[in-house]
Structure formats: C-alpha cells, structure tokens
Design a protein around this ligand. Sequence first.
Ligand code: TRP
Length: 334
Amino acid sequence: MLNDKKVLYSGMQATGKLTLGNYLGALKNWVTLNEEYECFFSVVDMHSITVRQNPTELRKKARDLLILYIAAGLDPKKNCIYYQSHVSGHAELMWILNCYTYMGELNRMTQFKDKSRKNEDNINAGLFTYPVLMAADILLFQSDVVPVGADQMQHLELTRDIAERFNKLYGDVFTVPEAYIGKTGARIMSLQNPEKKMSKSDENPNGSIYLLDDTDTIIRKFKRAVTDSYSEILYRDEQPGIKNLIDIYSAVTNKTPGEIEKEFDGKGYGEFKLAVGEAVASTLKPLQDRVAELSKDKAYIDSIIKENAEKANYFATKTLRKVQRKVGFPDRIR
Ligand code: TRP
C-alpha cells in the first residue's frame, strides 16, 4: 500500500439505526486505528439490498451512516470512508470469486440460514452469495486485518478459504486476511434482555439505545432496563442486567467495574440507572451535535464522498486488473 502500513478493512450496513452497542463495540475503537493501519471503512449498501429496502430510505440511511463515521471521529482524510456501490470493483471481483466458491460452503453459513428463516418470502440469490460479496470487499483491498464481531467470523473464515484457494491456483494474488485482535470494545447487551446482544434489528426499541436518541429517551430506556432482585450493584454473571449496565458505564466513563461497584455501594438500582443514563447521554450529545452540523454541510460531505470513492477505486482497480489477468480475461487496449 501507499506507505507500508498494513491494511485494515471493515464495513457496516446502513440498515437499521446504529446502537450504543455498535458505537462502544466498534466505531469508537476505530478512531485511532489509522495510526497503525491504512484504513478502509465502507458503507455496504450493496449488501443491504439482499433484503428489500425502500430506495429513498436506503439512500438517506447510507448517507447518515457515512456522516456518523466522520462524526464519531474517523478522519476522512486519513481513513477511506466510502460507499461500496461507488466502487464497481466490488461487484466485478465478486463475480469472479463466485466461480471459486462452492454451494456447499455457502449452504453452511449460519447467517444465511437465519436470514432465510426471517425472509421466507424473499430468499434471493444475493442473500445466498452475500458472503462472497463480503470476501470481495476484503480481498479487493489486499486487507491484512478485519475487525469483525463473532457473528461475522464464519464469513471471514470463508474469505480466507477463497483467498487461499485462489492463491493456490494462480500464485500470490490475495493477501489472506486475519481477524483484527486489538483492543476490542465492550460487548453491549440488550437493556430488555441482557442475555441477548444489543441489536439494531431488535423489535423492541426499549432494548437498544440508538445513537441519535435524545437525552430524555436515553434516560427513560435506562430507567426501564431489566435488572434483578438482588438489590446489589455487583459485577457478576448472576446479575447479567446489572453487569451490562456496569459495562456500559465503564465504557463511557473509563472507570473499572471495581471502581463502579465501590461508587454505588449501598445505593439503589434507580440511582445507578439514572447515572448510567446521564453518562451515556452526555457521551452521545457531542456526537449528535457533530452529526447535525455535518449533515448541514452538503458540499463538504459530497467532497469527501467523491475523493474517497476515487481513492478506493484506485486500489480496487489495481487488484481487479491483476485478478482478471490471472483468470485469463483479455488485456484492455489503451
Ligand atoms: N457483513 C458485515 C455485517 O453485516 C458487513 C460487512 C460487509 C463487512 N463487508 C464487510 C464487515 C467487510 C467487514 C469486512 O456486519
């Protein structure tokens, strides 16, 4: 790459509203990665249409997510923040990789099975080959590391298998990516069911704090958070609801669970929940202000979109041409 830095790649879907879990578990921790890595963060709008979308909403959500990346502190001059659909190499590489991926492999993907169950009336081929598009995303940029949650590990494993298979046939074409295991963020659970991850697709909106929820909403949701009847603020597995609240408070205040237990020793759940709600609201407020400010600056955001799409296209094309040559496509005449 440009400067010998290793490449880090990640993407997020613009569907659903991003939650506090996405922020504390991922986004917030991405901000300093560019010091060590050449970073690419895409808004994977092509993945989104595997499930039926309202076009106007998809366009808006994709832009909102891109703005959120920047508002969260990802410097768009130092990180390539772009829309997947603006780089046609994703689709072109995906087609080629489709021909090096087995039906049997895709059939084993647990996310495909889950999503098929949830979208019984629209089990389209895109849903099935979704992981190949993800492999194309990653391999197109010769990525070394990919920060992914546990739910995407199987897709990353498949990506590695495809890359190795291709390299075996054609020589060292692709960097074989690894999961990024740096400082990872907190795993935030649903406020209504602390056994379940906080999710943007949760049907119960009280389970999730959305990044753009206002202060009153945030505090109300924390007040309603499911806890237990121990009446003690202790960081332990028997109290998953309280444990989750401690994790959240810890992530936004940088206090350790031990310090938090001490701070709230002898205090009631009501008081604790309010403190967590207030701490979260004051963490999100500056982010929300920045989103509002950036959203108004159309010219600036457009210039970022243009610039970064060009940058992404440049690197993508390099890989793509090499791959096309390897599989036997004719050279372009210039
Ligand atoms: N499939 C990922 C998810 O739903 C998003 C994604 C698409 C992605 N392409 C990627 C993540 C490439 C990491 C790298 O979370």
